[in-house]
Design a protein around this ligand. Structure first.
Ligand code: SF4
Ligand code: SF4
Length: 177
């Protein structure tokens, strides 16, 4: 994952490189290697890169974090500095937080940006914003954060928006896999 090739992927944000990051090789699971989330890959040299780069699994070849992929993710989200790896998901985004810096997502400007991403817009409604810190999960809703407790690999976040008497009412729960 770290120091992943970018030349064949047209959607990468210009000017951004993994450099000495490698944080996704800790925080993101690699099923092909039986590597769980939050554990350094045995093939990663922290801050340097992948020791099996030419033979790394397909999922690693195809992976780029959202900081690499989206220009509208602000520069300060560089994972090595922020301690947060962003993953684009269908209908939302997941922020994987380094358990060594568990409050990183609550600090500014990161928390305000997560709240902004969760806010509904006219063209896309609201996005599901999930924060993972170790086994714990949090939903960032447009109006508040919700502690979801432990979340397993097969679980998913279910966010609802219902119309209330004074405006939208948001709720979040874990749908067990
Ligand atoms: S195989 Fe290489 S690129 Fe994939 S997680 Fe391990 S160190 Fe990172
Ligand atoms: S988290 Fe992003 S910037 Fe860091 S090594 Fe992985 S893909 Fe590169």
């Amino acid at each position: 994952m770290g120091n992943s090739s970018s030349s064949s992927t047209p959607t990468l944000a210009p000017g951004r490189q993994c450099g000495t990051c490698t944080l996704c090789c800790k925080l993101i699971a690699v099923v092909e290697l039986d590597k769980p989330e939050q554990v350094w890959c045995p093939h990663c040299v922290k801050g340097e890169g992948c020791t099996i780069y030419a033979d790394r699994p397909r999922v690693c070849r195809d992976w780029h974090c959202a900081w690499r992929s989206w220009s509208d993710v602000p520069e300060e989200w560089f994972p090595r500095r922020s301690g947060i790896v962003l993953r684009a998901d269908p209908g939302g985004i997941t922020a994987f937080v380094d358990p060594g810096r568990p409050r990183a997502w609550r600090a500014e400007p990161f928390h305000a940006t997560l709240r902004r991403w969760a806010a509904p817009t006219a063209d896309r409604g609201f996005q599901v914003v999930l924060v993972r810190v170790g086994q714990e999960a949090f939903a960032v809703l447009p109006d508040r954060d919700v502690a979801l407790g432990p979340m397993g690999a097969g679980d998913r976040l279910d966010v609802r928006c219902n119309r209330g008497p004074t405006g939208p009412v948001y709720s979040a729960r874990v749908a067990r896999g």
